[in-house]
Design a binder for this molecule. Structure first.
Ligand SMILES: Nc1nc2c(ncn2[C@@H]2O[C@H](COP(=O)(O)OP(=O)(O)OP(=O)(O)O)[C@@H](O)[C@H]2O)c(=O)[nH]1
Ligand SMILES: [Mg+2]
Length: 391
């Protein structure tokens, strides 16, 4: 497999793209998604692949200057061949040019470059060629040609229309991967998302996954609202503090003399989990803060439902919170905390108390142990990003 170079995405794709595969990256206007092709180019080039980059909208020099200002800059110019605006103009500018003569000229050019330069991978910015030949015709041409020559193909397509247009377009062309980058993510309008629209070699979730472009210019898949909830003293604040490089809690000293959360905990996890950046939001546990829990659960990307596995007294409250999570229909994992203590209630009793069926996994752990806490988060990220049910 040839990784795209975005770890969370590569994992979902089973390692990247198979050699000889055909990938279409479709970007909505105004969405930062050019990193997808940049990253694929950097990754393929870094693996020693011989790359043909077709940039009909600019000069090779201007493209390289643009790329070198990003974290996806290439380490050398070895194994790189460009067809830029001058090649496009030579083909399209001739007075005798017709769509079919242009298609023939592109085929001849790519075929001879593949033979002369040993090209094995093509990166195509297709919009100008689509305007000249017709979108479906241009994409079919390059897919057919690369298939015939055994080349791996990555196409960036600026989709000026909508998702239906992309669906209709890709239905007629045998791409192995169609990945779209679109605007917004559910109620988080400041985020953009990508979505695996079609995949030929494995299964992937049919859902939008948000991403951010960090200050350093890298595209990072991002899960914006992982809510950690459960009864008082379950260990929610401890869990967030154990995992987060930076966290803020609104704890006050309670009547018992120990701290309790009165509004929420927020933790940003700068270590990624399966390539995803996450924001953790912890709820209070006390019963009179119940409305805050409901509020925070709204639009949760996923939920860590935490229960103190040694405290039978808390199971009634745990059950009520679990019912709220179920009503919200968010993916959740059941984390059974304080596994370091000897008094853990048997799983069977916990399942009965919380009405949890056998097929719902229990994750025993200790929030004091970073590996255990990360294991819980890992299970949740897998649940969110590996589910193959339609969204
Ligand atoms: N032994 C043990 N103690 C833990 C563990 N996790 C949390 N605690 C302790 O349990 C107590 C409650 O932890 P918190 O993290 O404040 O619990 P919380 O769920 O945030 O509580 P509220 O905000 O009041 O709802 C603290 O004394 C923690 O040190 C654990 O894994 N093992
Ligand atoms: Mg707390």
């Amino acid at each position: 497999m040839i990784p795209i170079g975005i770890p969370a995405l590569d994992e979902m794709l089973g390692g990247g793209i198979p050699p000889g595969g055909m990938a279409l990256f479709s970007l909505a206007p105004g969405v930062d998604g050019q990193q997808l092709l940049y990253s694929a180019l950097r990754s393929g080039h870094g693996l020693g692949r011989r790359c043909l980059v077709i940039v009909p909208y600019t000069t090779a020099g201007a493209y390289c200057a643009d790329l070198s200002g990003t974290p996806y800059a290439l380490s050398s110019e070895e194994n790189l061949v460009f067809l830029d605006a001058s090649a496009f103009d030579a083909i399209h500018g001739s007075r005798a040019a017709t769509p079919s003569s242009e298609a023939g000229a592109w085929d001849d050019l790519v075929t001879s470059l593949a033979a002369d330069c040993g090209i094995d991978t093509v990166f195509l910015y297709c919009n100008r060629i689509c305007d000249a030949l017709g979108t479906e015709e241009a994409l079919s041409l390059f897919v057919g040609m690369c298939r015939r020559l055994g080349l791996t193909l990555y196409v960036e397509y600026l989709n000026l229309y909508d998702r239906d247009h992309l669906g209709a377009l890709s239905a007629g062309i045998p791409f192995d991967l169609v990945l779209s980058a679109g605007e917004g993510f559910e109620n988080f309008l400041f985020l953009n998302h990508f979505r695996i629209e079609h995949l030929s070699w494995t299964r992937a979730p049919d859902m939008p996954l948000p991403f951010v472009v960090g200050d350093d210019g890298y595209l990072i898949p991002y899960l914006p609202k992982i809510v950690v909830t459960g009864p008082v003293d379950a260990g929610k604040t401890t869990f967030i503090r154990t995992l987060s490089e930076t966290s803020v809690s609104s704890d006050r000293i309670s009547m018992s003399g120990s701290p309790t959360t009165v509004a929420m905990d927020v933790g940003h996890l700068h270590v990624t989990c399966r390539g995803f950046d996450l924001t953790l939001m912890g709820t209070p546990g006390q019963e009179h803060f119940g409305p805050i829990i409901r509020h925070l659960l709204t639009n949760a990307t996923g939920v860590v439902f935490m229960v103190d596995g040694t405290s039978t007294a808390s199971f009634g409250r745990a059950r009520a919170i679990l019912d709220e999570i179920r009503e919200m229909d968010a993916p959740f994992v059941v984390a059974v905390n304080k596994g370091d203590l000897p008094e853990r209630v048997p799983d069977r009793d916990l399942r009965v108390a919380l009405s949890l069926p056998e097929e719902t996994p229990l994750h025993p752990f200790s929030a004091l142990d970073p590996d255990g806490a990360m294991g819980v988060l890992d299970a949740l990220v897998c649940l969110i990003t590996r589910s193959t049910d339609p969204a």
